[in-house]
Design a protein around this ligand. Structure first.
Ligand SMILES: C[S@@+](CC[C@H](N)C(=O)[O-])C[C@H]1O[C@@H](n2cnc3c(N)ncnc32)[C@H](O)[C@@H]1O
Length: 237
């Protein structure tokens, strides 16, 4: 992409959060400032708060991600939280899953421009073809994609057993947990926990709902096999 100059001031804390990835984060912010609104990726009011509400807020969730983890970010949109996470944590192996062609194009352009080794998959997280493309991940991230229960049904099947879903949720976190805990359990998740990331670093830390995948979801075929075995009469000895 062309040369762009960002006008939004870079907060001092960005150097601490992004480390060596800061130049990439500045470039990403400048690209979003230049093209984000015109390409329908962010609202005009988001430009002023690109750093606080978007880049920093996304990158700090790296605190909850183990070194060298494989991460699938679902519903990345303009690139959140996946792109800032990749810039702050080059040790991670990231895949972005996004169904909208326009956004997939943007993500591809940005990844190339920033020289990041990130894969982008076009599709919905719950689609069989998308699931088939992905190895079971250590972590699945998302922000502003769906209510917690539905999100668990999309995210948990992409995880290995013991893997973690990290959903950036904000003020609705506890309410969503109270409402959707049973749906999370049905999808194979453990008890959801709320965690704050970026405490002592950001003015407003990022609220994340963390759910561990504790058991594999049974496929329809497996369920039919189990049901058939349960009703089949035992042969006499
Ligand atoms: C409100 S946007 C949020 C984008 C980005 N995560 C952010 O926080 O700026 C929701 C995004 O989720 C995507 N999406 C919706 N349903 C999805 C699904 N089932 N699987 C993957 N992505 C989905 C949409 O195309 C859209 O880009």
């Amino acid at each position: 992409m062309e040369d762009v100059e960002g006008s939004v001031p870079v907060p001092a804390v960005a150097a601490r959060v992004f480390g060596d990835g800061l130049p990439g984060a500045e470039r990403f912010a400048a690209l979003l400032e230049r093209f984000g609104v015109e390409r329908g990726l962010i609202g005009p009011r988001e430009v002023e708060r690109l750093w606080d509400r978007h880049l920093l807020n996304s990158a700090v969730i790296g605190e909850r991600i183990p070194a060298g983890a494989t991460v699938v970010d679902i519903g990345s949109g303009a690139g959140f939280p996946g792109i800032p996470l990749a810039l702050a944590r080059p040790d991670l192996t990231l895949t972005l899953v996004e169904p909208m062609a326009r956004r997939v194009d943007w993500l591809g352009e940005v990844i190339e421009d920033l020289g990041l080794a990130i894969k982008v998959l076009r599709g919905r997280a719950e689609e069989r073809a998308v699931r088939a493309e992905l190895e079971p991940a250590d972590v699945v991230t998302s922000r502003a994609v769906a209510p917690l229960g539905r999100l668990a049904g999309w995210s948990l099947p992409l995880l290995r057993e013991g893997g973690m879903m990290l959903a950036l949720k904000g003020a609705s976190a506890q309410e969503e947990i109270a409402r959707d805990e049973a749906a999370v359990a049905r999808a194979g998740g453990g008890t959801p926990k709320v965690s704050e990331c970026g405490v002592g670093v950001l003015e407003t830390p990022t609220t994340v709902v963390i759910v561990e995948r504790i058991r594999a979801r049974k496929s329809a075929q497996e369920k039919r096999r189990r049901n058939a075995a349960a009703v089949r009469p035992k042969r006499a000895e």
